[in-house]
Design a protein around this ligand. Structure first.
Ligand SMILES: [Zn+2]
Length: 243
């Protein structure tokens, strides 16, 4: 295992994926080691009357830096919890915390590993539903309510977990997840992303390999806007990776 692989800097194990019974987004790639189980997951869903949409898989470090820097420089909107752009910040800390509510800090995203995937109900998208990726979509009368139930029943049989969602906790209110105050200068844990699945056998190796020291070294080699702030908050950032 090499650090560059885990941080999304080196992608020799990352491959494209296709499945006739799933909707796979353009540019979607994952770690080649998870293909057999992902195939099985897609087929099982299909046989149970659910077509999976694979929205987002691997993301490179550089891609995350680009997103991060554009937000930091004001070239992309930084949104509050109601998806409205925030126009002003009192200091860099506020800005950093606001960006991190919606965008992973480069190096500290599970999507760098190729083991994690954002999924959705493909049928709703084919019927014209505009994807938002908010928790409500997986509850009540949301388009992924059936998928949510199916995931609870089937996901673990294929080695996957939902690291940012607990089916036993009844907290599907998005405001508890995106608890974004304009004055916030603390990093909030990512707690509710029912669409985010992770292949545990591989992901658990990666998470154990990443340390605060390795992240700090990486940010020194490949800096981004406010990466010095990240260095000073590395312990909290490590917690965002989940378990
Ligand atoms: Zn995700």
């Amino acid at each position: 295992m090499r650090l560059e692989q885990i941080l999304g800097i080196e992608d020799s194990d990352i491959v494209t994926f296709e499945n006739d019974h799933a909707m796979v987004s353009k540019h979607f790639r994952i770690h080649q080691a998870i293909i057999p189980q992902l195939e099985l997951l897609c087929e099982k869903a299909w046989s149970d009357g659910i077509k999976l949409a694979l929205i987002s898989g691997y993301r490179s470090y550089q891609r995350q830096v680009t997103i991060w820097d554009e937000k930091y420089r004001g070239e992309r909107d930084i949104l509050d919890q109601d998806s409205h752009p925030i126009k002003e910040f009192n200091n860099d800390e506020e800005k950093f915390c606001a960006i991190s509510q919606w965008s992973a800090i480069p190096g500290a995203s599970r999507h760098h590993w190729g083991t994690d995937i954002d999924i959705f109900d493909a049928t709703s998208l084919e019927n014209g539903y505009q994807l938002k990726l908010i928790p409500e979509e997986f509850s009540g009368n949301g388009p992924c309510e059936k998928l949510n139930h199916w995931l609870n029943q089937n996901l673990s049989s294929y080695g996957f977990i939902r690291p940012y969602f607990s089916s036993t906790e009844n907290h599907m209110d998005s405001t508890t997840n995106r608890d974004l105050s304009r004055k916030s200068t603390t990093l909030k844990p990512i707690s509710i992303e029912p669409w985010h699945i992770s292949y545990l056998p591989l992901a658990q190796d990666y998470i154990q390999y990443i340390t605060a020291e390795k992240l700090i070294n990486t940010w020194s080699r490949f800096p981004f806007s406010a990466s010095d702030w990240a260095k000073n908050n590395v312990q909290a950032i490590c917690k965002l990776l989940g378990t």
